[in-house]
Structures are given as C-alpha cells and as structure tokens.
Design a protein around this ligand. Structure first.
Ligand code: CP
Length: 358
C-alpha cells in the first residue's frame, strides 16, 4: 500500500505549513506532469471520477482556466459554484436570511459529494478587511472533510508561488545562490491584495534564495509574513533584506518580479475581537500610490540586472504603468511560461492532495 503524506491536506497558508522538502516534491511532481503533458501521455487515471468544486468571489483568467483544464486532464470533473448563483457562503455572524448559507453547512454538504473545494476571495467580498478572506477559507477547512485549496485570499496566493518556483527551477536549475527581487510597481489601480508578494517572498526564502523585497514607504507587507521570511532565510542559509529604493532591487539580480499591491492604508485592520483598529483610508492610499508613479519597470532598470536575469509577473500586468511593453514582451520576460506553469502546479497539488497515484 502506498503512503502519500499529502493526501487529504489543505493548501491554504502553504508556504508556511508545507516544508521545504514538500515544496520540492510538488515542484518535481509538476515537472513530471508537465513532461507527460508535452509527450501527449494520458494521465486521466490519476483523478478519475474525482470532483473539484471552485468558488471565485473575484475575477480570474489563469487560475480559473488552469484548475478547470487541470482536473479534466487528470480524469476528474470541475463544478464552478458561482457565489451569487448559489447561496453565498457566509461566516458565523455574517448571515443574511435566504441570501447566504453558513459555511459550516456548505463545507459539510460539499464534503459528502466531491473531493476538494478551491476558493478565491479578497478585496470587496471581504470588505477589504485584512485577513477576513483568509479566515473565511479557514472556516471552510474547519468544517470540510475534503481538501480546501486557497486560489488567492487577502494574505496568500500559494498556487501562484508554486508556479513561480517551477519557472525559476526551469530557468536556473535550482534556487541556492540565486538573487531574487520581489518589487512593488506602480499601477493606476490602488486596490490590490498583498497575496502574491507575501506568498512569493515566503516561498523564495523557504527555498534558500537571496531575497530582496523592494517597495516605497507605506507599502509594507504583513509583519508576521516578514518574520516568517526572516526565519526561513536563516534556516536555509539564504538572505532576506528590504529596501525602499526601486533601482537597488534591480541591481545584479537574477530574478526580478515587480508588481503592484495596495498601500498599507488600503486595508481595514481589526483585532481578534473584531474591533476596528485602523480603517481603510482611500485618500491616503491614493496619495502614496501617486507619489510612487516612477516605480515602472523599463529597459533602464532591466539593464541593471544580471545579463541572464529574468523578468517575472503573475499577470494580469498593467502595461504602461507597472511595466513597459518592451520589457514584458522582451527577451528577459518569462511571464507566459510562468502562466503556463499554473496548469502544472495545480495538477501537482490536486494529484497529491486529492489522491492521485503519481
Ligand atoms: N495570476 C493570477 O492569479 O491570475 P488570475 O487572476 O487571472 O487568476
């Protein structure tokens, strides 16, 4: 009888909860499935007859399409439960009669009829209360008997981070000694979650890279995430530093990942009792954002990077704001490979958590 220690587990705060060795296994599994896909080999026995439920409270192209294609390629089915068309799942204390349904009931019901539930929630559906969406996904996990997969919440986007590591592994062969920069970039849209930069710096430090986080003042990430990143870099003999200088992040780096996220004042913060300690301040967030309009990636910044450096972005990119066309379409850009790797990452996660015999 084979044992699979991934079987039945949740994938929520994955960069924290899964070990370095488990991330390595997932990367290997994804590359194995990618090779099989390229060779046209059938993998439809892996999740034959299994059902994945998805719930998108926000828009999506990559995550939606690759989870749907991935489960189908592994022999399973995908049911998209559009919040609004079903009764909107609600946490305890947030019920609206005949509009919402308590998560405890939704999670227990779906556990009887399917094999995993994947959820995306951040921003307006969670009233921009920092941590609310993460707590919502964890409430599903509390009541579900099947794996819960975080497809991006207000804290983490771990499936994106896995695809990013797969891309780095393909381009550089490994992680140790590689200089990785996660940078803020300007966008006209000030309201964006911190999920990508937070997951990515955790995954990069966990793999032992030399990580730089670059952002203007006022765009700090969650201190809890920063503490984890520091601890991971110590455990793996990598390094982690923060700079408020845009160009500094590009200098001699191997991998640069400039993308926008909301200023700290873009979110409301509540304490453990649910009391508001800091209310979202749109005006201040806008002011901070406009003050950093020069944080746009152009050829000038890319020239500061190592000659073999790559440009990464999770997409969608705000062209002309975060980055110029000639950089994102240029020779150093790996953004389409990165987006493709979402498919292979999701297949590896589903195969291992939902019971594939890889
Ligand atoms: N990067 C990413 O998650 O893309 P989507 O928002 O299109 O899913």
């Amino acid at each position: 009888m084979r044992t699979n220690k991934f079987l039945g587990r949740d994938w929520i705060d994955a960069a924290i909860d899964y070990t370095k060795e488990e991330w390595e296994t997932l990367i290997e599994a994804a590359l194995y499935l990618k090779k099989k896909y390229a060779l046209g080999e059938d993998t439809s026995h892996l999740l034959k007859g299994k059902t994945l439920f998805t719930m998108f409270f926000n828009q999506s192209l990559r995550t939606r399409s690759t989870f749907a294609a991935g489960i189908q390629q592994l022999g399973g089915y995908h049911v998209d439960l559009e919040p609004g068309k079903t009764y909107t799942p609600a946490r305890k204390g947030f019920d609206i009669p005949y509009k919402t349904e308590r998560i405890a009931d939704v999670a227990r019901m779906l556990s009887r009829v399917g094999d995993a539930i994947a959820i995306r929630m951040y921003g307006p559906p969670s009233q921009w209360i920092y941590g609310f969406a993460n707590a919502t996904i964890k409430e599903f996990a509390e009541f579900s008997d099947i794996p819960i997969i975080n497809m991006e919440c207000d804290k983490y986007h771990p499936t994106q981070a896995l695809a990013d590591l797969i891309t780095i592994k393909e381009k550089f062969g490994g992680f140790k000694g590689k200089k990785f920069t996660m940078s803020w970039a300007y966008s006209g849209s000030i309201e964006k979650p911190r999920a990508v930069p937070q997951s990515v710096i955790l995954a990069a430090t966990k793999m032992g890279m030399d990580v730089t986080l670059a952002h203007p003042k006022g765009f700090d990430l969650d201190p809890e995430v920063i503490n984890h990143a520091k601890a991971f870099s110590k455990q793996t003999n990598g390094s982690f530093r923060i700079t408020n200088d845009f160009e500094e992040g590009f200098r001699n780096t191997d991998i640069v990942y400039p993308k926008s996220w909301g200023a700290s004042s873009c979110y409301t913060y509540v304490d453990d009792e649910g009391n508001t300690v800091n209310k979202k301040n749109h005006e201040e967030a806008e002011k901070l954002n406009e003050a950093a309009i020069s944080w746009k990636t152009t050829e000038k910044e890319m020239e500061l990077t190592d000659k073999n450096a790559v440009y990464m972005h999770c997409l969608p990119a705000d062209r002309g704001q975060e980055v110029t066309d000639n950089v994102i379409d240029g020779p150093k850009s790996v953004v389409i490979d990165e987006a493709e790797n979402r498919l292979h990452a999701h297949k590896a996660i589903m195969a291992l958590l939902m019971g594939g015999n890889l």
